[in-house]
Ligand binder design. Structure first.
Ligand SMILES: [Zn+2]
Length: 113
């Protein structure tokens, strides 16, 4: 489960930011997770729950924004929602499509106290 190591590095980043701000604890952490980022939300939440108690995020609220993946067809410029990174254009069946959003896996903000 790679979510465990992802969460461990997110916690590291959050803690070093909090220390820079001379904070004692992190109260909120907000993340963007794309639907084709390869992250399993259940696994991510489980990883946070297991790691949090030993960190400055002990009492933090974890907010996760789900970013619905969207692709754009290079040939006909049609934009469409997708569940896969590689997909055919539903308008013209072109295979030349590119992901516009949905691969994100990033920390958006951290609130400290
Ligand atoms: Zn197309």
């Amino acid at each position: 489960m790679h979510e465990m190591s992802i969460v461990a590095s997110i916690v590291d980043i959050a803690e070093s930011e909090a220390k820079k701000a001379n904070a004692n604890k992190i109260t909120e952490l907000e993340m963007d997770i794309g639907t084709v980022s390869g992250i399993e939300l259940d696994a991510l939440n489980f990883a946070f729950d297991s790691i949090k108690p030993r960190t400055m995020l002990k009492d933090a609220e974890i907010k996760i924004n789900i970013i619905q993946a969207k692709s754009k067809c290079v040939d006909c410029k049609h934009e469409f929602k997708t569940e896969n990174v590689y997909t055919l254009c539903p308008e013209c069946d072109s295979y030349k499509t590119e992901i516009l959003q949905g691969k994100e896996m990033k920390v958006k903000s951290i609130l400290v106290d």
